[in-house]
Design a protein. Sequence first.
Length: 110
Amino acid sequence: MTIKFENRDIEDEDGYLIHFSDWSEALAGHLAQLENIQLEQNHWDVIGIIRQYYSENSFTPMLKMLFNLIAEAKQIEKTEASQLFYQLFPGGPTKQAFKIAGLPKPKSCV
């Protein structure tokens, strides 16, 4: 499948980018619109955390690890980080956050 964006076709699998390098902030904004999300600073902060983790490890972070990273970056408790994450991406972490962050479809995603 492909996502049509800025006069080009970007390969995807169920809305998840296949090539990490295809991502841009403009594309993230487009993907967020498709998910009915208006990106604000907290979204961008979490997207940055997700992309950095993937860039360094070549796989998507497990939710517990992601909550720890968000808590550390935001200097909040892990439970607050979890709540923030679900508020920002109410359709679910792998369904929305990872798509918007430009990560490939997680292996555990059905």
